[in-house]
Structure formats: C-alpha cells, structure tokens
Design a protein around this ligand. Sequence first.
Ligand code: SF4
Ligand code: SF4
Length: 381
Amino acid sequence: MEAVLELDDELWDRVQELTAGAMNPCYQCGTCTATCPLLHQLDKPFSARKILRRAQLGLEDGVEDIWLCSACALCEVRCPRDVHIVEAIMGLRALAFKARQVPPEMYRLLWSTLEEGNPWSGPRSERAKWAEGLKVQDAAAGVSVLLYAGCAISYDPRLQRVARGLVQLLGKAGVDVGILGDREKCCGDAVRVTGERGYLEKLIEDNVKSFGDTGANTIIAISPHCFDMFRNLYPRYGLEAEVLHYTEYLERMLDAGNLKIPKVKKSRVAYHDPCYLGRYNGVFEPPRKLLESVPGLALEELRENKLNALCCGGGGGGMWREEGGERLSDSRLNQVKEAEVSLLATSCPYCIQNFEDSSRRLDGPPVVDVMELMVRPERRR
Ligand code: SF4
Ligand code: SF4
C-alpha cells in the first residue's frame, strides 16, 4: 500500500509564522540543490529543494539536514524566484528548537553565551586581554568610534593580531577608538543559528543599549558575522549608529590619504570573499582596494569570486558543527592552489581558522587577514 502523507494544518501555520513564508514562492526547479556546495561534500544526499518542499507542506520530519547548511546563500544568488532560502532554513531551525530537536553542540554554544557572553567558553573576565598594552579608550566614558572585536577575535591568540593591528593602524592615523572591554558581549550571530529566538532578542536589546550608552556614532566590526548582525538586524531594535566593516572604514581612510601602508615582500595574493561580507552585504571592493594599495602585492582573482565565491563552511553554525565545515574549506583551498599564489588573504575570523586548518593539511599557502598586510608584524608578546 502507498504511504500516506499526514498533513498537519496547525504545524503548517507554525512553519509559516517562523519562516515568514520565505519558501512560498519556490516552484521546485532544483537550482538551489544543484548549486549548493554541500551536494558534493557530504556522504549523503543534501537537497535544499526538498527541505523547502517539506516546509511548504508543513511537514516536520525529514528536515534534520537543516543543521548542515552553512548559510552561505550561494543558492539564493541562482534562485529564479528570489526565495530567501537561508531565512526559510533558519525558520525551520527555530521550529526544531521549540521541539528540542537541536544538535548538542548548539546547546553548548548557547549555554556558553548565556554564562560567559561568548560561544567559545572563554572566561568573561578575559574578553579584553587582547587589548593589553594598546592605547585604546574605555568606551563607557564616551567615544565617537566604537570598535567591536567580537568573540572569535577576543579569545583566539592568533586572531587577536588582527584587532591589535587595527588599533595600531588607526592610532597612527590619529583615530582614537574605544572598546567595551569585559562588557562586550556576543553579537548574537552564533545564537541566531541555533534557532533560539527569545534570548537572541534580549542579547540584541542589551547590546543596542550598551552601544547607545557610549554615544558612538560609528561602530566598526571586525568579523563579517557581527557586521551583518549590526547592520541588518540591530536597526530594527533601535541601533542608530553607522555600522562599517573594518575594510570599509580603512577604505575611507585610504581615499582620504590617511593611511601609510608598509611595503611587503613581492607576492601574488588571492582574496577570498567571506559570505557574510560579500554575498550578504555587497562589500567586495574595499578589501581588494586595500590589498592593491600594499606596495609589493599583486592581487589575483580566484576562479569563483565575489557573488559566486565558495564558502569556507564556517557560517550557519559550521564552526561548532562536529562534522562538515572544514571540507568546504578544503574545496576552496584547492581553488587557491590552482591560482598558484603565495598568500591567501581574507577578512573574516572563521575563514581564517578554517583555511589555516585546510592549508596545513593540504600544503597550501599561508593564510592572513587583509588587516595583517596593512601593518608591520608585531613582535611576539
Ligand atoms: S532554486 Fe528557488 S525556486 Fe528553485 S527549488 Fe530552489 S528555492 Fe525553489
Ligand atoms: S545556503 Fe549554502 S549551504 Fe545552505 S543550502 Fe544554500 S548553498 Fe547550500
């Protein structure tokens, strides 16, 4: 006998509410499935189209794959119906969260964010250690430019170099920035991808208040994930300050003739577009302009770039997923090797962590943040 599909109207209403009906315009052409880089990465079939079909029908089961998506949005670029596929998948995660069907690593990162203000289990009291010895203001005393370091940068000694370099470069150009220090909390991107929504709102409201209390009219974010949250979600909660990714801020300084960039050894560098900076927010040129301004560097484009760039696997919770992540960065690293460059530059902490890991295993070139090429390397602390 043929299996009968059990449709549940109440569940259909909930799916519609939590996904804001994002999947409704989908007409099941399958372009998203064919585009998705996970199609060739996993040992099992992965189909965005099927996930959306089940959501359209209001079916709760068979959508465990929602946790594999890295929210890279490459599928959205190709979708002929402009379906907000990532929004639909995040809505399905919210539904799964309500039903307590969440992978354990998602719960762990949530608890860490609740208890320590970051998803990496770093002690709250050590959040501002990266800034020790730097001339940086306490934003609580009032500041016009607020630098938001973010969780990954604050707790990873390798990534701290990016924030330290930025403060030094800005200081040399006469821009005094303030930081929130130990009071800085997660931007909420890591919480958003777990499907939890109540605490996410509280976190955003708290951050909007603490940013507002500093009086800053400009916020510089280092991670594209924080930048995307602040630029696109926080204004709905009352954030009024202008939000810039650090590459946008430096591009303005470059245009104004306020940046002195040291020479580097002659090298060919490829730039990887982080999804949340490029595809999500259209910030393609500022990092390229910065790289082109470094005497000695020659910029090369990777085979897939800008809107079509491959993902490193770190978004959508990929940094905490026990499987996945690094395999997408391996594919990208192979494209970098094809380009025969001597350096890979990017501008996202997750991309750096994933590509450094791939490059070590696959014998690729060194991986740096664009920021690290703008300053002379700091002596080891
Ligand atoms: S590409 Fe767009 S219309 Fe086609 S199946 Fe995917 S979501 Fe639906
Ligand atoms: S957002 Fe990226 S990983 Fe997720 S379904 Fe689309 S292409 Fe695949």
